[in-house]
Design a protein around this ligand. Structure first.
Ligand SMILES: *Cc1c(COP(=O)(O)O)cnc(C)c1O
Length: 433
C-alpha cells in the first residue's frame, strides 16, 4: 500500500500509535529513534489507561500540571457548564465573570500585595509578560535598565525570552547566539550567600531578577533554602532590582504551602503561574504584579501601554477550570493530602539515602529527587535515563528521570498504597538497574 493511499484511508487499518507515527512530531523527542508513543484513552484520579486497558500511575502529574488527578468530576462539571454559557470572547474591550472572579480569588492568596492579574495561556508566556513588565517599567519611568539576573540551571520556558533567562543547555544550544544577554548566578548556600548579596548590591543596570523559588525543576530538581532566597530578594530591593517569582511549577501546593514564596519574609514584585492553575485541565497563564508596577504603565502617553496579548487570553473555560481547581485546593482535604505525601516522602528518603547507588536525595514538599550514582562514563548518563524510564513504565508507573535524577511529583490524590508501590519499585530499581 502506498503512503498516499494510507493518508487518505480511514485509520482503521492502523492502530493509534502507527497513525501517530505518520503525522505527529512530539515535544522534546528525537523522532528518529523514538519509542512508539503510548496511546492513552482515559484518565481517572492518579491513573491513565492505554488502548489495551493497561493502567499507569501518573507519578509526574503529566509534566507537573495535574494536581488533583485526571478527569476530576468537579472540574469536568464546571467546564461542561461553562461551554454552554460562553466558550470564549475577546478580552480587550470585553470582560467576563470567570476571569474577574478568578483574579478576585487568586490575588488574596498570593504572598504579599499582588493587585493585578494579566492573563496569558501558558507558563512561557506568563514569563514573557513578567520580563516585559519589568523592562518596560524602568523604561516608562525614564530610567531604562536592560540587564536581567537569573540562576544557572534555571528553566523558565521555551519561547525566546523565557529561553534567554533559562540556563544555557542542550535545550538552548541551537539558539544560544540569538538569546539576549543575561547574568547567571549560582544557587545560594551558606558559603556564597554574602558574596552573592554584595555582588547584587553593586549592580546598577539590572532591571529584574527572575527565579524559581526553592526548587529549580527542569534543571534537575535542585533545591535551595528559603532564607537564602530571602537574602537575595532583600539585596535586590535595596539595589532597586525588581523580582519575579516563577511559581509555574511550585504554585498551588507543590512545596507544601499554597505558594513557595509563603516561606519568605520579602515579597516578590511579580508572580508567574500556570501548570497547576487549571488543575492540569487546559492551558492558562497568569502574571500578577504589585500596584507600583501597574501604576508605572498608567499614562496619557500611549507608548507607556503594555502592548501584549494572546488570542486565548483569559479563556473563560480555562478560568472556570481554575476556579474549580481552587475549590478543591482550598477545601482542607487537599492540604491534608499534601502533608501526608510530605511525611511519606521523608520516611522513604530516610530509608534509601545511604544506598550505595544513591548519590544524593532531596525533598521540597510533595517533590522528592533521587540522584543515581553514575561513575565517570558520560554516555552512561543518557542510557541510564532511558533504562530507568522503560523500567518504571514496565511496572505501570510514569516517571521521567532528568538524566540520572529520578523525581516523584504526584497528584495530591495519590493513595498511600500507590505511593508505597512507587517507592517499592524505585527500591527494586536500585537493586536491578
Ligand atoms: C514548565 C515551566 C515553565 C514553562 O511553562 P510552559 O507552560 O511549559 O510554557 C516556566 N517556568 C517553570 C518554572 C516551569 O516549570
Amino acid at each position: 500500500m502506498s503512503d498516499s493511499s494510507i493518508s487518505q484511508a480511514p485509520g482503521h487499518l492502523l492502530n493509534l500509535t502507527e497513525r501517530d507515527q505518520k503525522v505527529i512530531w512530539h515535544p522534546y523527542t528525537q523522532m528518529k529513534n523514538a519509542l512508539p508513543h503510548i496511546p492513552i484513552v482515559r484518565g481517572e484520579g492518579v491513573y491513565v489507561f492505554d488502548e489495551d486497558g493497561r493502567r499507569y500511575i501518573d507519578a509526574v502529574s503529566s509534566w507537573w500540571v495535574n494536581i488533583h488527578g485526571h478527569a476530576h468530576p468537579h472540574i469536568a462539571q464546571k467546564v461542561a457548564e461553562q461551554l454552554r454559557i460562553l466558550e470564549h470572547v475577546i478580552f480587550a474591550g470585553f470582560t467576563h465573570e470567570p476571569a474577574v472572579l478568578l483574579a478576585e480569588r487568586l490575588l488574596p492568596i498570593l504572598p504579599g500585595k499582588q493587585t493585578k492579574v494579566f492573563y496569558t495561556d501558558n507558563g512561557s508566556t506568563a514569563v514573557e509578560v513578567a520580563l516585559k513588565m519589568c523592562l518596560q517599567f524602568w523604561d516608562n519611568k525614564g530610567t531604562p535598565k536592560t540587564k536581567i539576573l537569573a540562576f544557572k540551571n534555571a528553566y523558565h520556558g521555551d519561547t525566546f525570552g523565557a529561553m534567554s533567562v533559562s540556563g544555557r543547555s542542550i535545550f538552548t544550544d541551537a539558539f544560544n547566539s540569538l538569546l539576549f544577554d543575561v547574568e547567571f548566578i549560582d544557587l545560594p548556600n551558606d558559603d556564597n550567600i554574602s558574596r552573592l548579596t554584595s555582588h547584587i548590591s553593586s549592580l546598577t543596570d539590572t532591571a529584574c531578577f527572575i527565579f524559581e523559588p526553592l526548587i529549580l525543576g527542569s534543571g534537575g530538581m535542585l533545591m535551595y533554602e528559603a532564607r537564602h532566597l530571602d537574602a537575595l530578594i532583600g539585596a535586590c530591593k535595596k539595589a532597586e532590582i525588581l523580582t519575579i517569582a516563577d511559581e509555574v511549577m511550585t504554585g498551588f501546593g507543590r512545596t507544601g504551602t499554597y505558594f513557595a514564596c509563603e516561606k519568605l519574609a520579602h515579597e516578590p514584585d511579580i508572580f508567574c503561574l500556570s501548570k497547576g492553575l487549571t488543575g492540569g485541565t487546559m492551558p492558562l497563564g497568569v502574571t500578577t504584579c504589585t500596584n507600583t508596577i501597574f501604576e508605572a504603565f498608567l499614562s496619557d502617553d500611549k507608548l507607556k501601554t503594555l502592548y501584549h496579548g494572546h488570542s486565548f487570553t483569559a479563556n473563560p473555560i480555562a478560568c472556570v477550570a481554575s476556579l474549580a481547581s481552587l475549590d478543591i485546593l482550598l477545601d482542607g482535604q487537599t492540604l491534608q493530602n499534601i502533608k501526608r505525601i510530605e511525611a511519606k516522602h521523608a520516611a522513604f528518603l530516610e530509608e534509601i539515602k545511604t544506598h550505595t547507588k544513591v548519590k544524593a536525595v532531596r525533598q521540597t514538599g510533595t517533590i522528592i529527587a533521587i540522584e543515581w550514582q553514575t561513575g565517570n562514563e558520560t554516555s552512561y548518563l543518557s542510557s541510564l535515563r532511558n533504562l530507568l524510564y522503560a523500567y518504571f513504565l514496565d511496572k505501570g508507573i510514569i516517571l521521567r528521570p532528568l538524566g540520572n535524577i529520578i523525581y516523584i511529583l504526584p497528584p495530591y490524590v495519590i493513595s498511600d498504597e500507590d505511593l508505597d508501590y512507587v517507592y517499592a519499585s524505585i527500591k527494586q530499581a536500585l537493586e536491578e538497574v
